[in-house]
Structure formats: C-alpha cells, structure tokens
Design a protein around this ligand. Structure first.
Ligand code: BG6
Length: 482
C-alpha cells in the first residue's frame, strides 16, 4: 500500500495553525500516529523557505503544546516533516509550485484554515492545477458563511471540485472526548433511554462559558458575534447529540441523518419569540480571572458603537414527540465568571412527595461537564443524617479524567486523524450545516428588525440579568446560580 500522505495547510502561518493544528499534528507524530511518509506543507503568502517556516513554527507552537508532552527529539523530527510553499491563493499560477512538489499517487488532505471568502477560489485553483483526485480530502474550518445564502454558496462551489464524501466540515466540539462520550452515555446505558424524553425530563441547559475576551480576533468577531461564532455550530451540535434518536449505526450518514432531524425539528422563532426567548449581551468593564478587564468596545479594533453580542442566551424548542414541551436553554458568552461548559439534564419533579414541602426535595439532575475538567454527575436525593426525614442532594460522580490511564487526545488531533482515516462521523454534512443556518437566520433577522441593542454585563459575571429572567419565568435557574 502506498501510504504517502500530504497534509497541506492553507493559512499555514495563521493563528489556528500554530496554536492548534501544528500542536495537534505534533501530538499525533510523537505517538506514532502519522505514517513515516506523511509530509505537512504550510501554505502562506510570506516568501519563506521550508527552513524559515520551521523556524516560525518552532518559535510559536511549543507554547500551545500540552504540558509534559514536549520532547526535543520528537519535536525536531516533527519539524523535519514540515515544508512550505508560498502561494497567493488568488493567483492560479501560484498553485503550480505546489503541484511540482506533490507526487502523483498520494493522499492529499487540504486544510483550509483561511477566511471562508477564500475557500472557493482555493478549491478551483487546486482543481485546475490537477491536485484534486478521488482520494483527496478537504477540511473546511468554521465559520462556513455568515448566513444561509453564503453557506449555500460556499457549499455549492466546493461541491464542484469535491464530492460530499471528501468534504470535512470541522466543528472541533465534535472532537471533544466528552462530546463523543455523550453518545455512549445515551446509547450504551440502558437505564437512561426510557427516561430521556418528556415528561421525565423537565428542562435541558447547555452552557459554554469562557473567561477570555475577544483578544486579537475582533476583525473576525465583530462581524460575527456569539450567535454565529458559537451557537450556530458548537451549541447546536451539542443540542443535536442530547436530543437525537438512536442512529441505526455509527456510520457517518446514519449519525448525521439523526442530527439533521433534530435541526429540522427546531421550532422556528417568530419575531415575538425572538423578543421573548432570546437575550443578547456585550461585556462591559469588570474583572476576569482576578485581573481588571476592559469592555468589549475598548478592545483593539472594535468600533466604539459596536452592537455585536458577546453573549447569547435563548430558549429553544424541539417539535417532536420525544421532547414535547421540554425547553432547551442555550447560553454562551465571553468574559464570564468561569470557564465552564456543561449540559444539565433536569429531571421532572416527583408527582407526589411523601416527605412534605419542608423536606427540600429537589429534582434529580444529570450534569455532564465538558470543560475545564470532564465529569458526569448524577444528583440524587439522600437522607440527611440525624433524626427526621430531611433530604439533601448528593452527587454520584464519574471523574472521566482520572478514570483511565489512556491518553485523551485533544479535539483537533482526534479530528485530524479522522480525516486521514476517512471517518466522517464527527464532521458536519452539508444539509446539517444549512439546517442550522435555517434555524439561526430568523433570530438574527429578528434582532435586526427589533434594532436589538445588546445588554451590558460586567466582565466576570454570568451575563445580563435578563438571562436569569429567561429561566426564572419558568421557575428554573441556570445551574451555577443554584
Ligand atoms: C471557537 C470560537 O470555535 O471556539 C472561539 O471561534 C471560542 O471564539 C472557541 O473561543 C472555544 O473553544 P474551546 O474548545 O476553547 O471551548
């Protein structure tokens, strides 16, 4: 078998490459997961030699390699896999230099870590240069478009050169260990399935809270906001895995068919729903991780009158028999109090309690924590020691981090290995992506129509008060506030 492989990274010197992709490839290399014939070819506009590119990566990437994983010998042998080609991606003739260094028979993975506006041009030029064959694969980084029309346009253009089975739309949340584990929790344990539905579940909360601000990414972020940057992809993907029916197998299309059904079942928001069921926020001055933090509009390259949201909370509804009237609360924000990503399944109240109203009976909760540490906890009622029948919640916990000695690969490493192995299960299919945009668009349009100004929230808080009010309306509260 010829296992020559080239991983060709457009945007090879960009942030994503040196912070995530190269460190992930290094981890794969140092654990012998890359075949000896794998080359990594960075593409960029800088007039660099391969040696200069290696020096750049050597300077910038080690800081992003997990502690204890750096080994000088491995790192040097990893760097020797790196090559570099200078290409202005708008110039088709520049692609000949890449063609000249690529062997005829080789698995080529093109990773497009560039602005999405460049995707279609790159694909066209690769094809014209004769670099795309039936075994080639293309990885498309998010954001894939800014709305349904632009996402469709990118998909249509890319489809001229790559078959759907060659297209890997990456959402790194699908590469996280706990997210993949969620499928096992749901479909590998008989005890949950009968209860995983209305009326046994009262509500579902999905929170992805970050403490970081926008940093140096305002150029991209100010035109996107939290809805496009996080909700349209990461949070909706989490919602799909919580809500989907059991797929008939783990084959990519079987899993993606089920996720698609969830996205299509999301109740479309009308203007009144947008007004009632969504909250946008923007961080103001405050403190984060113990240090003073500036407001969003004081960040570099953010216009002083920016109305971009750095926080979104919303109440979604899935129109199907499994989920009946169960509300799904989604929340994400930058500069929040803690870095904490979790899914809370709150089970229904007991129909009748023999312990009486003063017993502090609270509903059972399943707390699935994705970040910073991975754990699953089931909150159950037990008797408080002593006389009387007083109840208190206790957590039955599974610490996933220390439950196994097997190394837990980071999301990008896992997903890159999936691309090399041709496994599409944890990537988004075209119809899924478009269904997600179809649901998100009326919300974005609603905000525009309502001329909705984001509500301020102090950096280091849990978001605007209106976010708590969204839950309080239904006698619920966000988990961290309990
Ligand atoms: C990215 C967003 O997709 O995900 C960033 O563009 C965000 O804004 C990041 O910070 C969060 O990822 P993680 O893995 O750190 O939760």
């Amino acid at each position: 078998m010829n296992n020559a492989q080239d991983i060709i990274i457009f945007g090879g010197a960009g942030d994503l490459s040196f912070r995530k992709l190269l460190p992930a490839l290094y981890m794969a290399h140092s654990h012998d997961k890359l075949s000896p014939a794998t080359r990594i070819i960075g593409i960029g506009r800088q007039n660099w030699s391969a040696e200069e590119y290696r020096q750049f990566i050597d300077q910038h990437s080690p800081a992003f390699i997990e502690q204890g994983a750096m080994n000088v010998t491995d790192w040097q042998s990893f760097l020797s896999r790196l090559l570099y080609v200078r290409i202005d991606v708008t110039q088709s003739s520049d692609f000949n230099a890449l063609k000249a260094m690529c062997p005829q028979s080789c698995l080529r993975v093109f990773y497009l870590a560039t602005a999405p506006s460049l995707f279609t041009g790159i694909c066209a030029h690769l094809s014209q240069a004769g670099l795309v064959d039936l075994q080639s694969r293309v990885v498309l980084e998010k954001p894939l478009g800014t709305d349904l029309a632009s996402a469709r346009q990118i998909n249509t253009e890319v489809a001229k050169y790559f078959d759907e089975k060659q297209i890997y739309r990456i959402d790194h949340y699908l590469g996280k260990e706990t997210v993949q584990n969620l499928m096992v929790l749901r479909f590998g344990n008989a005890i949950f399935e009968p209860l995983w539905r209305a009326p046994f579940i009262k509500s579902v909360q999905i929170t992805v809270a970050e403490t970081v601000g926008v940093g140096s990414r305002a150029g991209f972020y100010d035109g996107a906001g939290a809805m496009r940057d996080m909700v349209q992809n990461h949070l909706l993907q989490l919602l799909c895995i919580v809500a989907m029916e059991s797929p008939i197998s783990l084959d990519a299309d079987d899993v993606r068919d089920e996720k698609l059904k969830v996205l299509r079942s999301l109740r479309k928001m009308r203007l009144a729903d947008v007004k009632r069921d969504t909250v946008r926020g923007q961080y103001t001055e405050g403190a984060s991780d113990g240090a003073p933090a500036i407001s969003y509009i004081q960040e570099d390259n953010v216009p002083a009158d920016s109305r971009t949201e750095t926080f979104v909370a919303l109440r979604a509804h899935i129109n199907n028999a499994r989920w009946g009237n169960v509300p799904f609360f989604l929340r994400t924000g930058k500069r929040m109090q803690k870095r904490q990503s979790e899914i809370i399944i709150e089970f229904a109240d007991q129909a009748f309690s023999i312990f009486g109203p003063s017993a502090h009976h609270v509903p059972n909760r399943l707390i699935i924590r994705l970040q910073p540490e991975e754990s699953i906890q089931l909150e159950m009622m037990v008797k408080q020691p002593g006389s009387g029948m007083n109840l208190s919640p206790v957590k039955l916990g599974l610490d996933l981090q220390s439950s196994s000695d097997i190394r837990r690969a980071e999301a990008y490493e896992r997903l890159l290995m999936d691309v090399i192995k041709g496994r599409l299960t944890h990537f988004m299919r075209r119809d899924e992506l478009e269904a997600a945009w179809t649901w998100v668009e009326p919300i974005l349009a609603g905000w525009r129509e309502l001329n909705d100004k984001p509500r301020g929230y102090a950096a280091g808080s849990w978001g605007p008060a209106a976010s708590s009010a969204l839950m309080a309306r239904e006698n619920l509260c966000w988990f961290e506030e309990a």
